[in-house]
Design a protein around this ligand. Sequence first.
Ligand code: TXA
Ligand code: MG
Length: 353
Amino acid sequence: MKTYHLTNTQSDIEQASAILRDGGLVAMPTETVYGLAANALDGEAVRRIFEAKGRPMDNPLIVHVAEFSDIERLRLVSEIPEKAVKLAQAFWPGPLTIIMPKGEVIPDEVSAGLSTVAIRIPSHPDAQRLLKTSGLALAAPSANTSGKPSPTTAQHVIDDMEGRIEAVIDGGSCSVGVESTVITLATDTPRILRPGLITREEIEAVIGAIEVDHAVLHQLENNEKASSPGMKYKHYAPRTRVVLLRGSDERYITYMNRLYARDPHIAAMCYDEDKPQLDMPCITIGGMDDEKAQAKALFDALRAVDDLEDVTSVYAHCPEATGVGMALYNRLIRAAAFEVIDLPEKRIIGLTG
Ligand code: TXA
Ligand code: MG
């Protein structure tokens, strides 16, 4: 299959819309990450998303619409909870996904057989134009091969999806860089299933107390059921081993330099300020106190890990899991397959403490 490389001109957006109306797949930029879109109400088209990504069929998709009134007009949900209206007023269009009871029109492929559906109104101008021009609701997971870091540039999409989808729209690099915050309103107390740029604190300021699902920060035990099917899968993982080091900046630097003296096949994933103090190859993800810059850079950094020559392990400095840091921690801990080393605060001899 030939994959068309489209731009965001009106004629290209019209071509992409025609592809979508014919049941094809188009990768579109959003403010979070690139999404792999198909007509959400066409089960056959949606099925092709799973094939192109190699995604397990039990992992449901987010349905994107241009504006709030589309949710009712297309009967995507059976009920709009009051808290959804408040969240929509505060955060849409933008990087928030709200899970609500699904409408009958939602194909099983989208909801993976659940009784709920995830809805998002993206703010990216190209996504907005594609939604409006096509007149469709678009089911769109991140446009990466399942398990790989989400794509934040059109090139990332091409690297994963060339020849598997009809088209990709190049809208530049995504400004947020991590996927949307996912909140479910189907539980008694609203609950964050995936953290993103919109934080727990920001949401609580609008709808009151919410919970954070256990799987956001912890590894699920074998017999534990995931509230969000996506959380049980291996995610964001480069081929190279990634390890998180938890401890002060000073400890991180000392530990890394000592480790490198013994093992020249390691690299650091670190903050800009760390780099001048580290003797080894470094992938930087932004300033230490700039979590938004770190979020924007994270997936590109995780993709770059596999391009390092002769490197077998990458050690990342573990972020604090608060505010936007919760999103960074949630992605990194999965990229590291939950391998975390706690660095002792006292200076020690040896490396394994
Ligand atoms: O920022 C984003 O959300 C991007 C852009 C393209 O919008 N999309 C995205 O989709 O990240 P995806 O499929 O990669 O992640 C959707 C997550 C998955 O973890 C999935 O399990 C969860 O949302 N999800 C979707 N529908 C759900 C539902 N009805 N109940 C629980 N979890 C759901
Ligand atoms: Mg994804």
